[in-house]
Every structure is written in structure tokens, then in C-alpha cells.
Ligand binder design. Structure first.
Ligand code: NAP
Length: 545
């Protein structure tokens, strides 16, 4: 994999650009291509990593794989690229996605405008010149009219503050900052903390290698079998021949996946029939399971029925009844936290070298030199893996020192939680756009279509400004207040907002304001709103010369 990029500018003199993009994952690369190649703008991408790929550059943990099906986890803006790229499996593994993103970088000659190993630490808006000043940890200074954050929703690792971690004699890792050289678990006693999507993916793979694996579970989780398999030639051909239809479905449905939610209700379906439907969806596997009925996330009674079906499956798979009880004792509605998709997760607990610790009954007290100490036992470990998630959606944005108009810091503006318009712009921060920011469907959506929609909207917006001789766009306070109310309304219309310990609410990070962050009104609906806003002369934004 080649990593040709332009060298860091030698001088510390400010470099003038039209736009600066932060992050070279899916969103940053497509935004670069769009502004540079469609609008002819002078653009640079600042990327902290030593390679492109964003989330898929950092998340190299064993078992890392996308839960979206491969034919939907790609760009659709280039039909030629859809036709030339070939995925090998139903769900792509991290190395394959990273290869794909490197292919994108090469195919569109993006590397020359991506500065790797370059971390932005501060940006401030100069109202007099209507320019953003961006400074990097490496000492560079850029000046640009537009600042576009493409930092990903799940990129700021959340390592729990457990006393004693510094004393641990073994090695510890967070899954989102995995060493590039890999980790050898052979003959090792390994502990995994966390049973979200990441833990559920990594646990079976680590268990197959470690001498013993101890899983530390705080909240039991639902999971649906992925049924991963190599793609058949027939399917590969089908996906290419029907790419326009697949794209249309993804862009107009609720979650950006290549299937629609079936228009039938759990409670209105005869029990025998719904059991057969759930069984068939279980056999088919994947996130499509939650699309088998339209009311699973809307109606508690409907959800209880689906949740009980999954609990029953867990108890059927896991042979030890006490372990099965712990794994199926789930305290939240099905899919109200992001539902994981797995390959042999529950089956892994049937292995002799795997044990489960219930942190609800016996919380972790500290980490010692030798392992993890809970309230009633000490578990000797050689390696600890924290699959403990992320400071999601706002973490990466707030780590940077972003200062908008009149000295307003983003940290101050978002003290009580993220507040913005359409998830795209924050009032007080003119000409700054946040790709898949909080307040947009983002993490409730298959991300590549959500990213394409945002990048296309931002690009069209900047094109319109230029065509009309306008220089500046800023979300209004009123539109932002109204949008935040709509984000809350949409969440409260579902069971999503009922889970108080979800990262959707920021509850996984101590001290983080608890505000439901993604927009739950549906991707197709959201896209229609964004399009209407643009058509109405960017209603809710103030546009000036
Ligand atoms: P997560 O969903 O936030 O799960 C973190 C896990 O760590 C939870 O089980 C949590 O327990 C536990 N935990 C956190 N702090 C803890 C502590 N101090 N002590 C004990 N347990 C603790 O994080 P994730 O699994 O990395 O997934 C985050 C998101 O990334 C997913 O929801 C998904 O959107 C995305 N993701 C996608 C894929 C994919 O597509 N393949 C794969 C992985 C992740 P509690 O539930 O009790 O807080």
C-alpha cells in the first residue's frame, strides 16, 4: 500500500487555501474530491494518522469487520468505481475496507492534498477577513474560507478511568487504538472489558487464540448472527447490475441500508406467523433482522416480543444455564442500543477457556499489577482489552480547540450538549461544516450514504454561494433551537431515548451532558428536509457577502 503524500510545508508561514478538511476517512476524502475536482477549489486535508482510512485506519482489533453489508458499505457517487471494486465477503473485514479506502485515494489522486501525521489542534475564525485560521500540532498555520470537519463519529477512544491501570504489569489495549503490528494472544490470559459491537466481534477471535479469556460484562447485549460468508459470483453480479436500485433504496429508507423496513406490525401479526418471520430473519442474519417489522423500535409491546425471541435464542445457544442467564438478562429494549451483529459470539461461551464475569453484581474495584480485581475476586491477566467504546459524536470535535465568531468556543457553545442546525452547522461558527455531526442521522445510518448526502449538500451549498457571489453562511440561532427540538422529538417518538446508559446519549462518558445526539427521524426523511432547506434559499441559514 503506497502512502505518497505531500510533505509538510517547510516554512511556518501561513498557507492560504479555499477549504481545510479535518480527517481523511470516507468523509474527508470524498469532500476533498468534491471541492477540488467539481468546484476547482484549493483544498488540503489534515489527517492525524500515518495513512488514510479514518475509523478503519485505527480500528484494527482482531475480528474488526463492518456490520453493514459490503455492497452497501462503499461509495456510490462513481458508478465506475462501484463496477470495478469487488468485495470478497458479505461483511468486509477491516483490512479489506482499508484497501478500499486506499483505492479511493489512489483512484482520485487524493494523496497529494492529504497531509498525514498532521493533527489539527486549534482553529479560530477571523470575522474581519471571514477566514478560518487552522493550526496543527506540527506548527503549521493554514488560512481558509471554509473549515470542514470529517473526524468521524466514533473516533475518540473511551478508556475507563479505573484505578491502578498504571500498575498493571501486562499489556493493555483499547480496540480503537490497536497496534499495527498486531497482538499475539497465544498462551496468554486475556480479559476483555465491554460487550458492545466491538467486544462482541473481538471476543470469539481472541478466545480462539488465548489460553484463557475472561469477559467482563457490565450490560448484557442482544446480538444477531451475521451469517458472514464469501460472496457468490451471482451476488456480485447482481449487486453491480442493480446498483442504481440499491442506491435508491439506501438513500430513501430509514437507515441507509440496502433493504427496506417491512410494512407490518409485530403486534398485528399472528403469533405463529411472527415467530416464523423472526426465525427466517434470524437465519438470514444481519442488521436486516430489525427491519422485519416496522414497530419494533416504536412500541414497547412489539419490542418485548422481538426481545424475548432473541433472549430465547441466546438460551438455546449457550449450554451453561447460569451463563445463559447472565447473557440474556438484558435491561433495555431490542435495538434501542446499537444492535451488534456477530460471528459465533454466544457460541464462544461454550468453550472451556472462556468465562464470564457479571460486573453488575461484582463491579471492577481496581486494576492491580496482576490483573483485574472486582468486588469479590481477582482475575490474573497477561493482557487487558478495553472494548469500551468512544466519546461518540462530539468527542473528537471537542478535543480540538475551535473558536468561532466573537471568541465563542465550541466547548462553551456545547456545554449543555451539541446544538446545531441539521447536524451541519453550529451558530456562531460561520463557514464551518460538520460532516455527519450530532443532529444528523449519522450513527443511526449506514455511514457511506449518510456521508455522501452530507458531502453533496455541503458541496452544492458552497457552489451556490460562489455562484451568487456570497462569502459566508451561518446557521441561525432560531433554526438551531428548532432543529434541536426536532432531534429530541424524533428520539422521543422511539424507544431509543428510553435507554439511559447509551452512548447515543453520551451516558458512557463520565461528566458528558446527556443529550440524544443522532437524528432518529429517518435518513430519507432527513435528506428531504436538507434538500428543501437548500431549495428554500438555505432557510435557517444567514447568507452574506
Ligand atoms: P460501546 O457500544 O459503547 O460498548 C462499550 C462496552 O464497554 C459496553 O458493553 C459498556 O458497558 C462497556 N464499558 C464501558 N465502560 C466500562 C467500564 N468502565 N466498565 C465496564 N464496562 C464498560 O462501544 P463499541 O462496542 O466500541 O461500539 C461503539 C459503536 O461503534 C457501535 O455501537 C457501532 O455503532 C460502532 N461499531 C461498529 C462496528 C461495525 O460496524 N462492525 C463494530 C464495532 C463498533 P455498558 O453498556 O454498561 O456501558
Amino acid at each position: 500500500m503506497t502512502q505518497h503524500t505531500s510533505a509538510h510545508p517547510a516554512s511556518q508561514e501561513a498557507i492560504e487555501l479555499d477549504a481545510i478538511i479535518i480527517g481523511a476517512g470516507f468523509s474527508g476524502m470524498y469532500q476533498l474530491m468534491s471541492l477540488r475536482d467539481k468546484l476547482g477549489m484549493k483544498v488540503k486535508v489534515l489527517e492525524a494518522g500515518a495513512g488514510v482510512g479514518g475509523t478503519w485506519y485505527w480500528n484494527r482489533y482482531p475480528g474488526a469487520r463492518c456490520d453493514s453489508e459490503s455492497h452497501s458499505y462503499m461509495f456510490y457517487f462513481s458508478k465506475e468505481m462501484v463496477n470495478e471494486w469487488e468485495w470478497s465477503e458479505r461483511y468486509p473485514q477491516q483490512p479489506e475496507i482499508l484497501r478500499y479506502l486506499n483505492h479511493v485515494a489512489d483512484r482520485f489522486a487524493l494523496r497529494s492534498d492529504i497531509l498525514l501525521n498532521t493533527r489539527m489542534h486549534a482553529a479560530s475564525y477571523d470575522a474581519g477577513r471571514n477566514r478560518w485560521h487552522v493550526r496543527t500540532e506540527q506548527g503549521q498555520h493554514f488560512i481558509a474560507q471554509f473549515l470542514i470537519t470529517a473526524v468521524g463519529c466514533l473516533s475518540s477512544a473511551n478508556v475507563p478511568q479505573i484505578p491502578g491501570l498504571g500498575d498493571f504489569k501486562g499489556k493493555w489495549y483499547h480496540t480503537g487504538q490497536w497496534p499495527h503490528e498486531g497482538v499475539d494472544f497465544t498462551g496468554k490470559r486475556v480479559g476483555v472489558v465491554g460487550t458492545g459491537s466491538t467486544g462482541i466481534q473481538t471476543i470469539p477471535v481472541v478466545a480462539a487464540q488465548a489460553s484463557h479469556l475472561t469477559v467482563f460484562q457490565r450490560t448484557a447485549n442482544y446480538s444477531i448472527p451475521a451469517r458472514n460468508a464469501p460472496l457468490t459470483e451471482t451476488f456480485k453480479r447482481y449487486a453491480k447490475e442493480h446498483s442504481e436500485g440499491i442506491r435508491h433504496i439506501m438513500n430513501t429508507n430509514t437507515n441507509g441500508h440496502p433493504f427496506r423496513m417491512v410494512d407490518r406490525s409485530v403486534t398485528a401479526t399472528h403469533p405463529a406467523e411472527r415467530e416464523a418471520i423472526m426465525e427466517a430473519a434470524w437465519i438470514k442474519g444481519g442488521l436486516e433482522f430489525r427491519a422485519a417489522f416496522k414497530d419494533t423500535l416504536l412500541d414497547q409491546e412489539a419490542n418485548d416480543i422481538v426481545a424475548d425471541f432473541v433472549r430465547k435464542k441466546i438460551r438455546q445457544i449457550v449450554k451453561n444455564p447460569a451463563v445463559a442467564d447472565l447473557l440474556s438478562d438484558i435491561d433495555h429494549p431490542f435495538a434501542a442500543k446499537r444492535p451488534p451483529v456477530d460471528s459465533n459470539y454466544f457460541e464462544t461461551y461454550n468453550r472451556d477457556n472462556v468465562s464470564l464475569v457479571n460486573l453488575r453484581a461484582t463491579p471492577i474495584e481496581c486494576i492491580t499489577a496482576d490483573g483485574i480485581k472486582t468486588k469479590d475476586a481477582e482475575y490474573p491477566l497477561d493482557i487487558i482489552i478495553f472494548a469500551t467504546g468512544f466519546d461518540a459524536m462530539t468527542g473528537s470535535l471537542l478535543k480540538m480547540d475551535i473558536e468561532g465568531r466573537d471568541g465563542l468556543k465550541l466547548k462553551t457553545s456545547w456545554q449543555a450538549g451539541p446544538r446545531n442546525y441539521l447536524g451541519l452547522q453550529v451558530p456562531g461558527f460561520p463557514n464551518m461544516f460538520t460532516i455527519t455531526g450530532p443532529g444528523s442521522p449519522s450513527v443511526l445510518c449506514n455511514l457511506p450514504p449518510a456521508i455522501e448526502q452530507h458531502v453533496n449538500w455541503i458541496t452544492d451549498c458552497i457552489r451556490t454561494l460562489r455562484e451568487r457571489g456570497l462569502e459566508r453562511i451561518e446557521a441561525t440561532e432560531q433554526a438551531s433551537d428548532e432543529w434541536c427540538a426536532e432531534v429530541n422529538r424524533a428520539a422521543n417518538a422511539t424507544l431509543l431515548a428510553k435507554v439511559k446508559h447509551s452512548w447515543y446519549l453520551g451516558a458512557n462518558v463520565p461528566g458528558k451532558p446527556q443529550v440524544f445526539m443522532p437524528y432518529a427521524g429517518g435518513f430519507g426523511h432527513y435528506t428531504a428536509i436538507c434538500n428543501q432547506v437548500a431549495q428554500d434559499n438555505y432557510k435557517g441559514f444567514s447568507l452574506t457577502r
